[in-house]
Design a binder for this molecule. Structure first.
Ligand SMILES: Cc1cc2nc3c(=O)[nH]c(=O)nc-3n(C[C@H](O)[C@H](O)[C@H](O)COP(=O)(O)OP(=O)(O)OC[C@H]3O[C@@H](n4cnc5c(N)ncnc54)[C@H](O)[C@@H]3O)c2cc1C
Length: 451
C-alpha cells in the first residue's frame, strides 16, 4: 500500500493507539486517531485519589504480553507497579485456602485429581489442540490455525487441525468432553471474576486464547505485571510518543464510504480519508456509519458483558489486609454478587478498594445496575470490609464476543473476509479477546497483514 495513504483510526484505547504505533513503525505516518473521550486509554482507566492512581479498568499483565512490551520499549517505560497478592474468602466472609490440602482434608482426592487434570490439560493443548493460542480466530471454526506464534519474534505459523473446531463449544462442555472438568476450579479465578462471563456460556476458544496454559500458570504463581501510574499511563505514554497524538473529544456523527474514499464527520466537519480502522465497539458502528448489509448482520451477533466496578473507601479498621477472591460468587446462580475485590497499595489504608461484579448471563434476566450495586455493598459488609463511601463507579461495555453457534458457523472467518472490503478494517476487542495485549497484538497483525 502507498505509504502516504490517509488513515482514520476510530478509538484511542490500546487497539487504536497500538495501530498508530505499528503503522508508524512500518512507515505510515499519515494517520489520525479520533477519540471521543477527553483522555486516551479506553478501558485502561486509572484516576487519581489522594495523590496516587487506582484502577477502574485494566489492572495487570503477564510476561507474555509482547505487544504491551513493544509499547513499553517504544516509550521507555516499564511495569513498575505494586506487587499483586490475594487470598480467598467464602460467600460468608470466612477466609479459606481452597487449594491447600492440609486445610481441606476431605477434599484431598478432588485436589489430587485436579492436579492431574491440569497436567493433562497442558498436554492436550500442546498436542490435540496445537495452534489454539494464536492471536485472533482465523480458521479455528474450520479446523485450521493461521497467524503468528506467541513469541517475541512472532514467526508466521499455520496448519490444519480438525480438533480446533471443538473450541466453539462452551468451555464447561469442552472441559467435560476432554475429561479435564476440574481445571475449571483454577481457570475460573482469572476468567469469570475478571468479567469474562461464565464457563457454561463462553466458547472455549476465548478462554484458552487469553488463559493459554502459560498465562494461567503465571496467574497461579502471581508472576504478574502492574504499573505504578496505572495501566492508563501505558497508553498515555504511547500517545505522547506517537507522531500524531490522538485527537480527543472527537464526536463522530457520520461515516460514509463511497468512490474509494472514507468521509468522517467529526464535531460537525467532514474529513476525507482513504482507509478506516475501527477499534471502537463494532456492535455500535452501524449507529453512525453507512453499514453494509453484511456488516450489520455480523455485528448484530456480538454480545458483551456488563461488568460493574465500584471504588470505595473504608474506615481504616475495616480496610482489607489484602485482595480477596470469592469463588462461591463466580457461578451463574450468584450473578450480581461480589466476585473479587482489590487492595492495590499495601503501605497505606487511605486508598480505595475496587470491587467487581457481573450482572448478565446468556440464559437469565439481566440484574439492574442499582440492584447489583446494593448486592456488592451488602457483600462487602458480609466480608467484614464495609464501604464507608463510594468514590467512583462504572458499568463497562466489556468483553464483546459471539456465542458458540455463531462461532461454529464461522463468524470470524466471515468477518475476516470482510477486512478491507469497504476500505475499512476491523480491530479492537472482539477480533481476538478483551485484554490489553490481545487487542494491541491484533492491531500489530492487522498492520502486518494489510498495510
Ligand atoms: C474492570 C476492567 C478490568 C480489566 N482488567 C484487565 C487486566 O487486568 N489486564 C488486561 O490486559 N486487560 C484488562 N481489561 C481489558 C482491557 O482494558 C481491554 O481489553 C482493552 O482496553 C481493550 O482495548 P480497545 O482499544 O480494544 O478498547 P477500549 O479500551 O474499550 O478502547 C476503545 C476506545 O474507543 C473509544 N470510542 C468508542 N466509541 C467511539 C467513537 N464512536 N468515536 C471515537 N472513539 C470511540 C473509547 O472512548 C475508548 O477510548 C480490563 C477491563 C476492565 C473494564
Amino acid at each position: 500500500m502507498d505509504k502516504n495513504v490517509k488513515i482514520c483510526i476510530i478509538g484511542g484505547g490500546p487497539a487504536g493507539l497500538a495501530a498508530g504505533m505499528y503503522l508508524e513503525k512500518k512507515g505510515y505516518e499519515n494517520y489520525t486517531i479520533l477519540e471521543k473521550n477527553d483522555h486516551v486509554g479506553g478501558k485502561c482507566h486509572s484516576p487519581y485519589y489522594n495523590g496516587r492512581r487506582y484502577e477502574m479498568g485494566a489492572i495487570m499483565g503477564v510476561p507474555s504480553y509482547y505487544a504491551v512490551h513493544d509499547v513499553e520499549e517504544f516509550c521507555g517505560i516499564t511495569h513498575d507497579g505494586p506487587q499483586l497478592n490475594r487470598n480467598y474468602k467464602d460467600k460468608n466472609g470466612t477466609v479459606i485456602e481452597p487449594f491447600e490440602p492440609k486445610k481441606n482434608v476431605l477434599k484431598i482426592p478432588r485436589l489430587l485429581k485436579m492436579k492431574k487434570q491440569v497436567t493433562e490439560l497442558g498436554r492436550i493443548l500442546e498436542t490435540k489442540y496445537k495452534g489454539y493460542d494464536l492471536n485472533g480466530h482465523r480458521g479455528v471454526a474450520q479446523g485450521r490455525y493461521d497467524g503468528f506464534a506467541v513469541t517475541p519474534e512472532r514467526e508466521p505459523v499455520s496448519g490444519a487441525n480438525e480438533n480446533l473446531k471443538d473450541l466453539a463449544m462452551p468451555f464447561k462442555d469442552w472441559c467435560e468432553m476432554n475429561n479435564v472438568e476440574l481445571t475449571q476450579d483454577i481457570w475460573i479465578g482469572p476468567f469469570t471474576s475478571f468479567g469474562y462471563g461464565y464457563f457454561d456460556e463462553i466458547p472455549a476458544a476465548y478462554v484458552l486464547k487469553y488463559l493459554d496454559f502459560q498465562t494461567c500458570m503465571n496467574f497461579v504463581r502471581i508472576n504478574l505485571w502492574t504499573w505504578k501510574n496505572g495501566t492508563q499511563y501505558i497508553w498515555e505514554s504511547l500517545n505522547d510518543h506517537l507522531k500524531n497524538a490522538a485527537r480527543l473529544n472527537s464526536d463522530i456523527t457520520k461515516v460514509e464510504r463511497k468512490d474509494g474514499k472514507v468521509y468522517v464527520t467529526v464535531n460537525g466537519e467532514v474529513e476525507e480519508y482513504d482507509k478506516l480502522i475501527v477499534t471502537s465497539p463494532l456492535q455500535f458502528f452501524p449507529n453512525y456509519a453507512d453499514a453494509r448489509e453484511d456488516e450489520s448482520k455480523y455485528f448484530s451477533k456480538i454480545d458483551y458483558e456488563r461488568y460493574d466496578v465500584l471504588a470505595v473507601e473504608t474506615k481504616p479498621e475495616d480496610h482489607p489486609e489484602i485482595s480477596y477472591y470469592v469463588f462461591d460468587n463466580m457461578t451463574p446462580d450468584r450473578l450480581g454478587h461480589l466476585m473479587v475485590y482489590y487492595r492495590r497499595w499495601k503501605d497505606t489504608k487511605d486508598q480505595v478498594i475496587t470491587t467487581y461484579a457481573l450482572r448478565k448471563h446468556k440464559n437469565t434476566d439481566e440484574i439492574s445496575y442499582d440492584t447489583c450495586k446494593e448486592m456488592v455493598l451488602e457483600d462487602l459488609k458480609t466480608m467484614k470490609n464495609p464501604a464507608s463511601n463510594i468514590v467512583n463507579e462504572q458499568s463497562w461495555y466489556y468483553f464483546p464476543h459471539v456465542f458458540s453457534e455463531d462461532y461454529a458457523a464461522g463468524w470470524y472467518d466471515d468477518v475476516e473476509a470482510m477486512q478491507g472490503k469497504y476500505d475499512t478494517y476491523y480491530a479492537g476487542e472482539v477480533m481476538s479477546f478483551g485484554d490489553m495485549d490481545e487487542t494491541a497484538e491484533y492491531s500489530r497483525e492487522l498492520v502486518e497483514r494489510f498495510f
